[in-house]
Design a protein. Structure first.
Length: 138
């Protein structure tokens, strides 16, 4: 199973290294040591933690008025769930605060080795993309 160093795990969760270290020190997230004595987080444990955090979030953080935005089309994150039947599969990816769901063939899931804890990149191509620019609040 994949393991992630503190810096990598923090990036995947969208938090600072210090925040992740505090969570680990308090027992909120389990760690182990790799062969070089560095602190690492098991991929499956990190995926479960990312999913719990996403479910616990009740609303996005207040960031003030948005003057313009356009999401990028590549989301790097951790596979958090894989549901497979005889032909198709559903794969969930937690990319920071974003949950991305992909429907693909069972064969593709097996060839890519997708399972909870695996690092993956979701590339999104859409024929219709809606962009919003809210006006000033007042």
């Amino acid at each position: 199973m994949a393991t992630y160093r503190i810096r990598e795990a923090a990036e995947l969760l969208g938090v600072s290294d210090d925040t992740l270290r505090r969570w680990c020190d308090s027992g909120r997230l389990a760690t182990a040591e790799d062969g070089a004595g560095r602190r690492v987080v098991d991929g499956a444990v990190l995926a479960a933690f990312a999913r719990e955090r996403a479910v616990a979030a009740t609303s996005p953080p207040a960031v003030g008025p948005i003057t313009g935005a356009s999401a990028r089309n590549r989301f790097t994150g951790l596979v958090t769930r894989v549901v497979v039947d005889t032909v198709m599969a559903q794969v969930e990816l937690q990319a920071g605060p974003h949950r991305v769901v992909s429907l693909l063939s069972r064969e593709a899931v097996e060839e890519l080795g997708l399972e909870p804890g695996v690092l993956a990149v979701a590339s999104v191509k859409a024929t219709n993309v809606v962009l919003e620019v809210p006006g000033p609040q007042g």
